[in-house]
Every structure is written in C-alpha cells, then in structure tokens.
Design a protein around this ligand. Structure first.
Ligand code: MN
Ligand code: MN
Length: 470
C-alpha cells in the first residue's frame, strides 16, 4: 500500500525509537564474535590491576610501545603509559599539528567490590573470617551467599610483591559471606533493605580447621589459616597492612537469554566501555588528530587518589607526548585542551521492566537501542553535572548519524529519584569539550550486570569513528 501524506510527514518529523536488532545493515556474526572476546576479557580481568595487565598485553601485540622508552615520536606512532599498575593511557600520534587538539575516549577500570580491611583476619565460633570494607556504591544484600574470589597483591616487609588470585579456576576454592537463614530472620526481615545487611556484616568465611597441636592455645583456626598462607606465600598477619586485596564475584560472565543477545557478568561498569574504547583504538592507523584512550582507576569512589581522574598523571602523560613531538612549553597543554574533544565512556542505567515506576519512559536508555549519549548526569537539580554544550552534542549526533551508529539520548530515572556521576566533569575542568557516552546496563553495580551485545558492538564502532574524526 502507498503511504499517505500524513504517514510520510510523520516519518519525516518524528524521531524513530528503534530496536537495534531490527536494523537492516547489521552483521549479527560480527556482533556475537566481538561479544565472545569481550566475555573472555571480563572473565580474565576482574580488577583494575588485572585490566592494566591484559590491556598492556593487547597493546604490545598491536604495536604500541612504552612511552618512557621512546625518545622521539612522529605521526602514526603508538604508545602507552602505565600509572602505578592501576591506570593506563594509550595514544596514536596524529599527523596534524598537535595544537589543534586531541580526540580522547576515557573510561574507568575499577568496579564496585569488597576490599579487605588493614587487619582483616579473625576467628569467631571456630571459624576464620575476613573483615571487608566495601568499595563503591553497592546494594549490600546482593553480595551475600554468592561465590567470591580473592584478587590482589600483598607487599611483604622486605618489599616482595605477592600476587594473589584464588577462586577463578575450577579446582580452586571460593569464599562467601554467610547470610542469616530465613527461619531465624523475622527481625532482619523487618529492617529496611539497606539496613538488613550492614557494612560490618560483610565478613567473609575463609576456613574452619584448627591448627593441629596438643597445646592449649586460643584462635587455633586463625593460626591454621595464617600457617597455610605462610607456607604458600611466605606472609605473616602484619603483611595485610601493605596489601590491596579485592574480593569479587567468582561468577563467570556468560551469554544471557535463549537468543544469546545479552551479556551477564561482573564488572561491566565500566569495563564494557574500557574494552570497547581500547579495541577501537587498535583500529586507528595514521589519524589526523592524535587519538587517546584513557583508562582511569578510582571512579567508583569519587576519582580521587593518584590513579584516579583527579590526579595530574594524565596531564603528565600528555606533556610527555608534547615533549617527544613538538616540544612542550608552559600553557601549551591548556591551549590544546581548548580544542580537544572527549567522550566520557561510562555506562548508564538501562530501563529495567521490573521497576517501571522508577523511570520516565521518554528519556531512558533501552537495552538494544545502541550507545547512550548523556548530555548531563548529576541529581535532582542537575547538581554536580557536566552539562555538555548543544554545539558539542550537535557535533556528536552528526558524527554518529553520518556513520550509522545506533545511539539514544537519555537521563537516568525520574528526576529526584537518585543520580550518578562520571569522570566527565573532571575532564570538563581542563577546558575540553566532553560528553558522557556509553553502554546501558541493567542491574548496574550488582555482582551480575547485564548488557546488550548490540549496544556493546555499537559502542566499539562509535568510539572508533570518534577517534578517527578530523
Ligand atoms: Mn561507571
Ligand atoms: Mn559505577
């Protein structure tokens, strides 16, 4: 049937909201293959340190060199810089005058988790336990009675670095936090959800056999655990004070759904944007503008610290690049920032059909509708938001539309119901143009976050065209 004039007018004027899987020109095989590699990656890299290790390997395999070992850089050169094992930057040098600005995609590689306290090990009721301090915004009740694995490093008194990774392999033990049985939970059940499990209740069970001796001594189970750790790693109790041990879900990331369209897995905030932005950079060869991927730590606790976005280590990296290309001088980097474009590649909340009253349905991110472009984050009054200029939003939508990138524009939830932040405002402080742009996630910050393979692939493509735009 012929379309009526009114139908034609509507098609011309309305913005279509389209499920990405229904798009004409998508290659499902490519999407599925990309997602498979991504799933392998998030199963291997469950902490910021492990991300840096995996990314360094990938960068080296793709011709990136350590910035510190290079004296001079020229157009087309590929370099990376690692900041204290937890934060990494990579760049492909452009052929244009560097003072015309950089194209930067910035994501973060830390995720919510349970850290050990400085004095973690104790014994109670002949069980050995670890005290934890949670990192990032978690719903604490989600972290009990799930398998946990132990990752991180311990520095000994004589400065030896012990790397720990227990609970990911089939033949390794896991750990868990024991919740109260329902039979005895009548009082706990009356508490508010965020009070039912407190921060001090997140104690991890780590053993139960007493040290074998005829002597009458106390804390034999704790002694036995310390003895095992001493035999395996050479550590003593005091060594925990100089450790960074993170407990994360020992769950394997997998395809989700009969149609395998989704990914369920831990740490997708924000490793889904970190992985896609780094993979996209690998496709950038001889760009005009210098393309940079920045992967920050500490975003989940406010971006402070020397590996967080607020540290000057990123400027140091850029100044090193200037030193080794056109020569740095005072004020030059500030000048370059004025014409630098940044995508703050962080996830946003995807519409969850279990909680319709939470959302304002015209302005949410929908799973499978492509990458989300978020003009501003913040809370009720837009407080704390870096609100991108319309001119820059216009540039981004034009870029995405020209390159057939599926994108959506959204807020996160109804006004006043909550809020969130990203590294965008810290980059905006430097004087760059910046906008949030990432993959929508359902059940964000939970031990098992959900994303769409279509959105993941679109993020990868979106970052690639952004890096390469002149
Ligand atoms: Mn994030
Ligand atoms: Mn987060």
């Amino acid at each position: 049937m012929e379309k009526t004039n009114t139908q034609i007018l509507k098609e011309k004027l309305f913005r279509p909201k389209k499920n990405g899987w229904e798009s004409k020109n998508i290659d499902k095989n490519k999407i599925m293959t990309f997602a498979k590699d991504y799933i392998d990656f998030i199963n291997k890299a469950k902490t910021e340190r492990e991300c840096v290790q995996e990314f360094t390997k990938i960068l080296k395999e793709n011709g990136f060199k350590n910035l510190q070992s290079e004296q001079n850089l020229k157009a087309g050169d590929k370099v990376y810089y690692i900041n204290r094992y937890k934060n990494i930057y990579a760049a492909v040098i452009g052929s244009d005058d560097l003072t015309k600005g950089f194209n930067i995609v910035g994501a973060h590689i830390d995720s919510p988790r349970l850290d050990l306290k400085p004095n973690p090990l104790y014994e109670s009721a002949e069980l050995a336990m670890f005290k934890t301090h949670y990192y990032g915004g978690i719903k604490k009740y989600q972290w009990v009675n799930i398998p946990l694995s132990m990752h991180g490093i311990i520095m000994t008194k004589d400065n030896k670095k012990i790397e720990i990774n227990i609970g990911e392999q089939e033949d390794e033990p896991i750990f868990t936090i024991a919740d109260l049985l329902p039979h005895l939970s009548s009082q706990q059940n009356k508490k508010k959800l965020d009070e039912a499990i407190g921060g001090e209740d997140l104690n991890i069970l780590v053993g139960s056999i007493p040290y074998e001796t005829d002597e009458e001594i106390s804390e034999k189970v704790k002694l036995n655990i310390l003895n095992l750790l001493n035999q395996k790693y050479g550590i003593v109790e005091r060594d925990f004070v100089s450790s960074e041990i993170e407990f994360v879900p020992a769950l394997k990331a997998k395809s989700l759904g009969f149609d395998q369209s989704l990914v369920a897995g831990y740490g997708q905030d924000d490793r889904v944007c970190a992985y896609t932005s780094l993979k996209a950079l690998l496709n950038v060869n001889n760009p005009k503008r210098t393309a940079i991927c920045l992967l920050a730590d500490k975003e989940e606790i406010g971006s402070m610290g020397n590996t967080g976005m607020s540290s000057r280590s990123f400027e140091y990296f850029l100044e090193q690049i200037l030193d080794k290309t056109i020569g740095n001088k005072p004020g030059l980097l500030d000048e370059i920032f004025q014409s630098t474009r940044v995508l703050s590649a962080d996830v946003t909340g995807g519409y969850n059909p279990n909680y319709p009253s939470t959302y304002e349905k015209n302005n949410e991110s929908y799973i499978g509708h492509g990458i989300s472009v978020i003009k501003y984050t913040g809370s009720a009054s837009k407080g704390g938001a870096s609100d991108a200029n319309a001119e820059f939003v216009g540039y981004i939508r034009n870029l995405f539309e020209t390159n057939n990138i599926a994108y959506q524009n959204s807020e996160m939830g109804k006004i006043g119901i909550g809020g969130g932040g990203t590294i965008a405002y810290i980059l905006a402080d430097k004087g760059v143009d910046v906008i949030d742009c990432g993959v929508p996630v359902i059940s964000m910050h939970s031990p098992y976050e959900i994303t769409s393979k279509f959105d993941i692939y679109n993020a990868y493509k979106a970052y690639e065209v952004f890096y390469q735009d002149e």
